[in-house]
Design a protein around this ligand. Structure first.
Ligand code: NAP
Length: 252
Protein backbone atom coordinates (compact mmCIF):
# COMPACT_ATOMS: atom_id res chain seq x y z
CA UNK A 1 0.00 0.00 0.00
CA UNK A 2 3.09 2.21 0.03
CA UNK A 3 2.82 5.38 -2.09
CA UNK A 4 -0.96 5.20 -2.07
CA UNK A 5 -3.13 7.95 -0.62
CA UNK A 6 -6.43 7.65 1.26
CA UNK A 7 -9.02 10.35 1.84
CA UNK A 8 -10.99 9.64 5.03
CA UNK A 9 -13.89 11.84 6.14
CA UNK A 10 -14.30 12.25 9.90
CA UNK A 11 -10.71 11.20 10.64
CA UNK A 12 -10.29 13.29 13.79
CA UNK A 13 -12.01 10.85 16.15
CA UNK A 14 -13.43 7.34 16.51
CA UNK A 15 -13.46 4.93 13.60
CA UNK A 16 -12.04 7.39 11.06
CA UNK A 17 -9.06 8.12 13.28
CA UNK A 18 -8.28 4.43 13.72
CA UNK A 19 -8.69 3.80 9.98
CA UNK A 20 -6.21 6.63 9.31
CA UNK A 21 -3.62 5.25 11.74
CA UNK A 22 -3.95 1.68 10.46
CA UNK A 23 -3.56 2.77 6.82
CA UNK A 24 -0.63 5.07 7.72
CA UNK A 25 1.10 2.07 9.33
CA UNK A 26 0.80 0.35 5.93
CA UNK A 27 2.56 3.30 4.29
CA UNK A 28 -0.59 4.99 2.95
CA UNK A 29 -0.57 8.81 2.85
CA UNK A 30 -3.58 10.29 4.65
CA UNK A 31 -5.86 13.17 3.75
CA UNK A 32 -8.27 13.37 6.66
CA UNK A 33 -11.20 15.64 7.35
CA UNK A 34 -12.70 16.94 10.57
CA UNK A 35 -15.78 19.00 11.33
CA UNK A 36 -14.60 21.19 14.23
CA UNK A 37 -12.21 19.17 16.43
CA UNK A 38 -9.02 20.91 15.30
CA UNK A 39 -7.07 19.82 18.41
CA UNK A 40 -7.89 16.17 17.71
CA UNK A 41 -6.95 16.72 14.06
CA UNK A 42 -3.59 18.15 15.14
CA UNK A 43 -3.03 15.20 17.51
CA UNK A 44 -3.66 12.75 14.67
CA UNK A 45 -1.25 14.66 12.45
CA UNK A 46 1.45 14.38 15.12
CA UNK A 47 0.80 10.66 15.62
CA UNK A 48 1.02 9.84 11.90
CA UNK A 49 4.09 12.02 11.39
CA UNK A 50 5.74 10.25 14.35
CA UNK A 51 5.15 6.99 12.44
CA UNK A 52 7.02 8.52 9.49
CA UNK A 53 3.82 9.01 7.50
CA UNK A 54 2.43 11.92 5.51
CA UNK A 55 -0.88 13.49 6.53
CA UNK A 56 -2.97 16.54 5.72
CA UNK A 57 -6.09 17.41 7.72
CA UNK A 58 -8.78 19.60 6.11
CA UNK A 59 -11.97 21.01 7.70
CA UNK A 60 -15.16 19.81 5.99
CA UNK A 61 -18.85 19.62 6.86
CA UNK A 62 -20.15 16.74 4.74
CA UNK A 63 -23.69 18.20 5.07
CA UNK A 64 -22.62 21.34 3.20
CA UNK A 65 -22.51 20.27 -0.44
CA UNK A 66 -21.96 23.88 -1.61
CA UNK A 67 -18.40 23.68 -0.23
CA UNK A 68 -17.50 20.49 -2.12
CA UNK A 69 -16.02 22.13 -5.27
CA UNK A 70 -13.64 24.22 -3.10
CA UNK A 71 -12.83 21.14 -1.00
CA UNK A 72 -12.05 19.12 -4.16
CA UNK A 73 -9.75 21.92 -5.39
CA UNK A 74 -7.94 21.91 -2.02
CA UNK A 75 -7.54 18.13 -2.19
CA UNK A 76 -6.10 18.41 -5.74
CA UNK A 77 -3.61 21.00 -4.57
CA UNK A 78 -2.56 19.03 -1.46
CA UNK A 79 -2.14 15.88 -3.56
CA UNK A 80 0.40 17.72 -5.70
CA UNK A 81 2.23 19.68 -3.03
CA UNK A 82 2.24 17.17 -0.15
CA UNK A 83 2.02 13.75 -1.80
CA UNK A 84 3.49 14.36 -5.28
CA UNK A 85 0.36 12.78 -6.80
CA UNK A 86 -2.41 13.72 -9.22
CA UNK A 87 -4.96 11.26 -7.79
CA UNK A 88 -5.72 9.41 -4.55
CA UNK A 89 -6.45 5.69 -4.20
CA UNK A 90 -8.96 5.15 -1.37
CA UNK A 91 -12.03 7.19 -0.45
CA UNK A 92 -13.55 6.29 2.93
CA UNK A 93 -16.95 7.94 3.48
CA UNK A 94 -16.99 7.71 7.27
CA UNK A 95 -18.01 11.05 8.82
CA UNK A 96 -21.29 11.12 10.68
CA UNK A 97 -23.24 11.63 13.86
CA UNK A 98 -25.90 9.71 15.77
CA UNK A 99 -29.21 11.17 16.85
CA UNK A 100 -31.67 9.27 19.05
CA UNK A 101 -34.85 10.27 17.23
CA UNK A 102 -37.92 8.02 17.58
CA UNK A 103 -40.78 8.51 15.12
CA UNK A 104 -42.92 10.20 17.80
CA UNK A 105 -40.33 12.96 18.41
CA UNK A 106 -38.07 13.26 15.37
CA UNK A 107 -37.99 16.80 13.96
CA UNK A 108 -37.56 17.73 10.32
CA UNK A 109 -34.24 19.39 11.27
CA UNK A 110 -32.96 16.10 12.76
CA UNK A 111 -34.23 14.19 9.74
CA UNK A 112 -32.48 16.58 7.34
CA UNK A 113 -29.25 16.52 9.35
CA UNK A 114 -29.13 12.71 9.26
CA UNK A 115 -29.96 12.54 5.56
CA UNK A 116 -27.44 15.28 4.74
CA UNK A 117 -24.57 13.76 6.74
CA UNK A 118 -25.11 10.10 5.93
CA UNK A 119 -26.65 10.06 2.43
CA UNK A 120 -26.68 13.35 0.51
CA UNK A 121 -23.15 14.26 1.66
CA UNK A 122 -21.40 10.98 0.81
CA UNK A 123 -23.16 10.73 -2.58
CA UNK A 124 -22.27 14.23 -3.76
CA UNK A 125 -18.81 14.23 -2.16
CA UNK A 126 -18.04 11.02 -4.03
CA UNK A 127 -19.39 12.59 -7.23
CA UNK A 128 -17.17 15.68 -6.84
CA UNK A 129 -14.08 13.60 -5.96
CA UNK A 130 -14.48 11.00 -8.73
CA UNK A 131 -12.08 12.80 -11.12
CA UNK A 132 -9.43 12.71 -8.37
CA UNK A 133 -9.78 8.98 -7.61
CA UNK A 134 -7.25 6.82 -9.44
CA UNK A 135 -8.51 4.16 -11.83
CA UNK A 136 -8.22 0.88 -9.90
CA UNK A 137 -8.91 2.72 -6.63
CA UNK A 138 -11.40 1.87 -3.90
CA UNK A 139 -14.38 3.51 -2.27
CA UNK A 140 -15.53 2.31 1.16
CA UNK A 141 -18.82 3.56 2.60
CA UNK A 142 -19.30 3.25 6.36
CA UNK A 143 -22.80 1.90 6.98
CA UNK A 144 -24.05 0.32 10.23
CA UNK A 145 -25.26 -2.97 11.70
CA UNK A 146 -28.40 -1.00 12.62
CA UNK A 147 -29.58 -1.75 9.08
CA UNK A 148 -30.04 -5.34 10.31
CA UNK A 149 -30.39 -4.92 14.10
CA UNK A 150 -33.41 -2.86 15.19
CA UNK A 151 -32.98 -0.48 18.15
CA UNK A 152 -35.83 1.97 18.86
CA UNK A 153 -34.93 5.57 18.07
CA UNK A 154 -32.49 4.93 15.27
CA UNK A 155 -34.86 4.35 12.33
CA UNK A 156 -34.01 7.46 10.30
CA UNK A 157 -30.27 6.99 10.87
CA UNK A 158 -30.52 3.31 9.89
CA UNK A 159 -32.53 4.18 6.78
CA UNK A 160 -29.71 6.43 5.54
CA UNK A 161 -27.22 3.61 6.14
CA UNK A 162 -29.47 1.14 4.29
CA UNK A 163 -29.60 3.56 1.38
CA UNK A 164 -25.79 3.72 1.34
CA UNK A 165 -25.58 -0.09 1.23
CA UNK A 166 -27.85 -0.04 -1.81
CA UNK A 167 -26.00 2.82 -3.49
CA UNK A 168 -22.73 0.99 -2.86
CA UNK A 169 -23.85 -1.74 -5.31
CA UNK A 170 -24.83 0.79 -7.96
CA UNK A 171 -21.56 2.71 -7.52
CA UNK A 172 -19.68 -0.57 -8.03
CA UNK A 173 -21.57 -1.22 -11.27
CA UNK A 174 -21.14 2.32 -12.56
CA UNK A 175 -17.42 2.51 -11.70
CA UNK A 176 -16.44 -1.00 -12.76
CA UNK A 177 -15.17 0.21 -16.12
CA UNK A 178 -12.57 2.24 -14.23
CA UNK A 179 -11.73 -0.84 -12.08
CA UNK A 180 -12.80 1.10 -8.98
CA UNK A 181 -14.10 -1.31 -6.33
CA UNK A 182 -16.88 0.01 -4.10
CA UNK A 183 -17.82 -1.71 -0.84
CA UNK A 184 -19.42 -0.85 2.49
CA UNK A 185 -18.82 -1.93 6.07
CA UNK A 186 -21.56 -2.34 8.65
CA UNK A 187 -19.90 -1.99 12.06
CA UNK A 188 -21.77 -3.13 15.16
CA UNK A 189 -21.64 -1.13 18.38
CA UNK A 190 -18.19 0.46 18.81
CA UNK A 191 -16.99 2.38 21.88
CA UNK A 192 -16.55 5.93 20.49
CA UNK A 193 -18.02 9.41 21.10
CA UNK A 194 -20.85 8.45 18.71
CA UNK A 195 -24.36 9.10 20.07
CA UNK A 196 -22.93 10.89 23.11
CA UNK A 197 -20.54 8.00 23.83
CA UNK A 198 -23.36 5.90 25.29
CA UNK A 199 -21.93 2.49 24.26
CA UNK A 200 -18.55 3.36 25.80
CA UNK A 201 -19.62 5.33 28.88
CA UNK A 202 -22.93 3.89 30.07
CA UNK A 203 -22.11 0.68 31.99
CA UNK A 204 -25.61 -0.73 31.59
CA UNK A 205 -25.77 -0.09 27.84
CA UNK A 206 -22.24 -1.41 27.41
CA UNK A 207 -23.03 -4.63 29.31
CA UNK A 208 -26.36 -5.11 27.51
CA UNK A 209 -24.82 -4.65 24.05
CA UNK A 210 -21.81 -6.84 24.92
CA UNK A 211 -24.30 -9.60 25.75
CA UNK A 212 -25.67 -9.46 22.18
CA UNK A 213 -22.21 -9.92 20.64
CA UNK A 214 -20.77 -13.41 20.09
CA UNK A 215 -17.31 -12.29 21.20
CA UNK A 216 -18.75 -10.95 24.47
CA UNK A 217 -17.66 -7.31 24.32
CA UNK A 218 -18.43 -4.14 22.38
CA UNK A 219 -16.08 -3.19 19.54
CA UNK A 220 -13.15 -0.80 19.85
CA UNK A 221 -12.14 1.64 17.07
CA UNK A 222 -9.07 -0.50 16.28
CA UNK A 223 -11.35 -3.48 15.54
CA UNK A 224 -12.68 -1.44 12.62
CA UNK A 225 -9.41 0.27 11.66
CA UNK A 226 -7.71 -3.10 11.22
CA UNK A 227 -10.64 -4.51 9.26
CA UNK A 228 -10.66 -1.55 6.86
CA UNK A 229 -6.92 -1.84 6.20
CA UNK A 230 -7.53 -5.52 5.34
CA UNK A 231 -10.53 -4.77 3.11
CA UNK A 232 -8.57 -2.13 1.18
CA UNK A 233 -5.57 -4.41 0.69
CA UNK A 234 -4.71 -5.86 -2.74
CA UNK A 235 -5.78 -9.34 -1.69
CA UNK A 236 -9.39 -8.14 -1.29
CA UNK A 237 -9.54 -6.74 -4.82
CA UNK A 238 -12.19 -9.20 -5.99
CA UNK A 239 -14.65 -8.03 -3.32
CA UNK A 240 -16.92 -5.51 -5.01
CA UNK A 241 -20.38 -4.08 -4.38
CA UNK A 242 -20.77 -5.81 -1.04
CA UNK A 243 -21.23 -4.92 2.62
CA UNK A 244 -18.97 -6.46 5.25
CA UNK A 245 -20.51 -7.02 8.69
CA UNK A 246 -17.83 -5.93 11.21
CA UNK A 247 -19.62 -6.51 14.49
CA UNK A 248 -17.89 -9.31 16.39
CA UNK A 249 -21.04 -11.29 15.60
CA UNK A 250 -23.68 -8.91 16.98
CA UNK A 251 -27.25 -10.27 17.15
CA UNK A 252 -26.56 -13.08 14.71
P1 NAP B 1 -17.33 9.79 16.37
O1 NAP B 1 -16.32 9.18 17.28
O2 NAP B 1 -18.36 10.69 16.94
O3 NAP B 1 -16.51 10.56 15.21
C1 NAP B 1 -17.22 11.22 14.21
C2 NAP B 1 -16.26 11.81 13.21
O4 NAP B 1 -17.02 12.37 12.12
C3 NAP B 1 -15.42 12.96 13.77
O5 NAP B 1 -14.19 12.98 13.08
C4 NAP B 1 -16.26 14.20 13.42
O6 NAP B 1 -15.49 15.39 13.29
C5 NAP B 1 -16.80 13.78 12.06
N1 NAP B 1 -18.08 14.43 11.72
C6 NAP B 1 -19.24 14.36 12.39
N2 NAP B 1 -20.20 15.06 11.73
C7 NAP B 1 -19.60 15.55 10.61
C8 NAP B 1 -20.05 16.34 9.53
N3 NAP B 1 -21.31 16.80 9.45
N4 NAP B 1 -19.17 16.65 8.57
C9 NAP B 1 -17.89 16.22 8.62
N5 NAP B 1 -17.41 15.48 9.62
C10 NAP B 1 -18.26 15.15 10.60
O7 NAP B 1 -18.17 8.67 15.57
P2 NAP B 1 -17.74 7.20 15.06
O8 NAP B 1 -18.30 6.23 16.00
O9 NAP B 1 -16.29 7.17 14.76
O10 NAP B 1 -18.60 7.13 13.71
C11 NAP B 1 -17.98 7.15 12.44
C12 NAP B 1 -18.91 6.52 11.43
O11 NAP B 1 -19.18 5.18 11.82
C13 NAP B 1 -20.28 7.22 11.30
O12 NAP B 1 -20.68 7.24 9.95
C14 NAP B 1 -21.20 6.31 12.10
O13 NAP B 1 -22.53 6.39 11.63
C15 NAP B 1 -20.58 4.96 11.81
N6 NAP B 1 -20.86 3.89 12.78
C16 NAP B 1 -20.53 4.03 14.10
C17 NAP B 1 -20.80 2.98 15.00
C18 NAP B 1 -20.49 3.08 16.46
O14 NAP B 1 -21.04 2.26 17.24
N7 NAP B 1 -19.63 3.98 16.90
C19 NAP B 1 -21.41 1.80 14.51
C20 NAP B 1 -21.73 1.71 13.17
C21 NAP B 1 -21.44 2.75 12.31
P3 NAP B 1 -15.13 16.29 14.62
O15 NAP B 1 -14.15 15.43 15.41
O16 NAP B 1 -14.49 17.52 14.08
O17 NAP B 1 -16.41 16.51 15.34
Amino acid sequence: MTNQVALITGASRGLGRSIAVHLAKHGVGIIGTYLSASKEADALTREIEALGGKVEMIALDVRDTATFPTFAATVAEKLKTKFGAERFDFLVNNAGHGIHAPLSDVTEEQFDSLIDAHLRGPVFLTQKLLPLIADGGRILNVSSALVRVTIAGYGIYAATKAAMQTITKFMAVELGARQIRVNAIAPGAIATDFGGGVVRDDENVNAYVAGTIALGRVGQPDDVGGAVAAILSDGMGWANGTTFDISGGQAI
